[in-house]
Design a protein around this ligand. Structure first.
Ligand code: ADP
Length: 313
């Protein structure tokens, strides 16, 4: 009935990373190590994470007609993502300029570039792709208007998942479509409007639910996650691993959760599986390079609604 298990509507960036002894102050030049260029952006990360788990995945995004755009298209295709929805041109590919010091602290400048030119008209033109997808996920590294249009184009039976990152206040129409809204602590606080919300994540989940989403997930890093819907709030434990680099863990978690929900898992089961995927992702460096295959998630063990090989085909 659906051509895709997951359509990701979102960003694609080239991450340009330079290691430095010390991050430069205003007016200062520092010499760093060799430049490393990695495919990134929350949308592309989510699409690659889902495809590596063998979900039938497509990406609706915009890149520039340039070398960084080609790098991103290559990495998406290598992972098995359908790139028919990736639009090319209009502005340079989005880039993140990242300097990292020996302590691992970084400074980042993002140029959204082509991501900021993914417009509601582009989403309308791709409405067939949206309707052909069992689950549609989005983030906020593209214009909010494009996310609103995505919600309007959803097929009646399909499911919408939003990670509002970077966070901003959301229109009621978008909140009402989220099933779930997936936030970390910082995002939860911004979505709740900066009002004092205390330190209890279960309380954030209840306050977020009162804003209108059908369900919520609060991710808590090494402490796991909370899931909440009309029937209450439940804790999902994390999987204990030796964390090396948490970059992109949230994107892998979101992609895995969205895919398992579409395959019929309940929210707690899908989140438990996603926690295994997030845990596997933090055991390796990088974002997309760190994402596990379904077999690697199996090998990690732990709870979660693990798909049978060849399920959902
Ligand atoms: P974000 O990157 O959006 O802030 P989190 O850091 O909360 O997201 O990570 C998302 C999920 O990945 C967590 O809910 C957890 O399941 C898993 N995860 C993240 N960090 C770790 C870790 N150090 N050990 C085990 N699992 C982790």
């Amino acid at each position: 009935m659906y051509d895709y298990d997951l359509l990701v509507v979102g960003s694609a960036n080239a991450d340009l990373v330079i290691g430095v002894e010390r991050r430069p102050a205003a007016g200062e030049t520092v010499l760093g190590g060799d430049l490393a260029v990695h495919p990134g952006g929350k949308g592309a990360n989510q699409a690659v994470a889902a495809a590596r788990l063998r979900a039938r995945t497509a990406l609706l995004a915009r890149v520039g007609d340039d070398g960084h755009g080609r790098l991103l298209l290559d990495s998406l295709r290598t992972a098995g993502v359908d790139t028919a929805g990736v639009l090319v041109g209009g502005a340079p590919t989005g880039v993140a300029l990242i300097t990292v010091d020996p302590e691992g602290d970084n400074s980042i400048v993002v140029s959204p570039g082509a991501n900021s030119r993914l417009l509601p008209a582009d989403v309308r033109a791709a409405a067939g792709l949206v309707r052909a997808s069992r689950v549609v996920s989005a983030q906020l590294e593209i214009p909010l208007e494009a996310v609103v249009e995505t919600v309007r184009c959803l097929a009646p039976g399909s499911r919408f998942v939003l990670n509002p990152s970077p966070p901003r206040e959301l229109p009621a129409e978008v909140l009402a479509a989220c099933d779930p809204l997936i936030v970390n602590e910082h995002e939860a606080r911004v979505i709740l409007g900066g009002a004092p919300v205390g330190d209890d994540p279960a309380e954030w989940a209840r306050l977020l639910l009162a804003r209108g989403p059908r369900s919520v997930v609060v991710t808590l890093g090494a402490r796991g996650a909370l899931v909440g819907d009309g029937s209450g709030v439940t804790r999902v434990p994390s999987v204990a691993v030796a964390a090396v680099d948490t970059t992109g863990a949230g994107d892998a978690f979101t992609a895995a959760l969205a895919w398992r929900l579409g395959a019929g898992a309940d929210l707690a089961g899908a989140a438990a599986y996603a926690a295994r995927v997030g845990a596997a992702a933090v055991t390796r460096r990088g974002a997309q390079e760190s994402y596990p295959t379904a077999e690697e998630v199996e090998a990690l063990g732990g709870p979660g609604d693990a798909p049978a090989p060849g399920a959902d085909r």
